[in-house]
Design a protein around this ligand. Structure first.
Ligand SMILES: [Zn+2]
Length: 222
């Protein structure tokens, strides 16, 4: 038994996990519920150029995302990743047909990253980058801290996004701008689409900066 396994056993003993679906003790999604939970194919919303895997109303998806995002439980991401793997053909097809040449995460503000210790959008991007064989290029940066989505009303969120909280920040290999290696067609990644205001603010900025087409992927749609 490795150190990581021992650490996991100790962690489970101190903070036992319960299945988000049937409440059985042991893991966030027990074997039976894991087998039963079929997310199906990815959904495409053509009007917003948005692809997503789950409705946020799906209680299993919602609880896994919350466990990952707010309780920092990485096993939630492991479960979702395993369920995403057989559904990636939708994205593979899109990448091929739309000639998508890079993945861009909707980055967390530095402050929130420090508080949480990891960035879901970056982790989803790295997973998809590897599976779809695309580079992950962090060309947008969040310069303004916005409140936590879940704690604000829709009006507050829309008002807050009027002043774009992102800037384009191009790392050295892409500094030639459009035509100089700067991606033309992008898959922009975030964890959850609530009103879409955050990801749309990032998308607008990328399009103003010369990206021809921005497709968006989120794990769930609210
Ligand atoms: Zn269960």
């Amino acid at each position: 038994m490795g150190v990581a396994e021992i650490a996991q056993i100790l962690k489970n003993a101190v903070f036992p996990r319960f299945c988000v679906s049937c409440n059985k003790e042991g893991s966030l999604l027990c074997g039976d519920c894991f087998a039963f939970w079929q997310p199906g194919a990815m959904k495409i919303d053509e009007s917003d150029a948005h692809i997503y895997s789950w409705q946020y109303a799906d209680p299993v998806a919602r609880q896994l995302i919350c466990a990952w995002k707010y309780a920092y439980d990485q096993s939630a991401w492991e479960i979702m990743r395993a369920k995403l793997l057989p559904t990636l053909s939708t994205l593979r097809h899109l990448v091929h047909v739309q000639k998508i040449d890079a993945i861009v995460p909707v980055a967390l503000h530095q402050y929130r990253l420090c508080e949480r210790g990891f960035d879901q959008a970056v982790m989803i991007s790295e997973f998809l980058g590897q599976e779809l064989d695309l580079p992950v290029v962090p060309i947008i940066k969040r310069v303004r801290q916005t409140g936590k989505q879940a704690e604000r009303s829709e009006q507050e969120r829309i008002k807050e996004m009027k002043d774009n909280p992102f800037i384009i920040s191009i790392p050295p290999p892409y500094e030639g701008g459009v035509g100089g290696g700067f991606p033309r067609s992008i898959l922009l990644i975030d964890d959850v689409w609530t009103t879409g205001s955050t990801i749309k603010a990032a998308s607008n900025l990328l399009e103003k900066s010369g990206v021809q087409k921005v497709w968006k992927y989120t794990l769930a749609k609210g």
